[in-house]
Design a protein around this ligand. Sequence first.
Ligand SMILES: [Zn+2]
Length: 82
Amino acid sequence: MTLFDGNALAGDLVDVLGPDATSARLRCAGCGSLGVLGRARTYRTAMGSVARCVDCDSVLVTVVTDGARRWVAMPGVRAALL
Ligand SMILES: [Zn+2]
């Protein structure tokens, strides 16, 4: 597993959130902090990526891929401000 910042998710999320996805502001459901996706602590594996809150480590965004398809979830996001 390799650690990146939230900018590593840009390619995966562009179809869902638009061309500037990493500047989307997300409110963490775990601690209530508000920050841009690009600042999230992001871990990437062969199966996908997990972005975690820099303040409380809650899982904000997951991207899972089988090579042809991607599944995006935002389990720890209370609100996204685009
Ligand atoms: Zn948090």
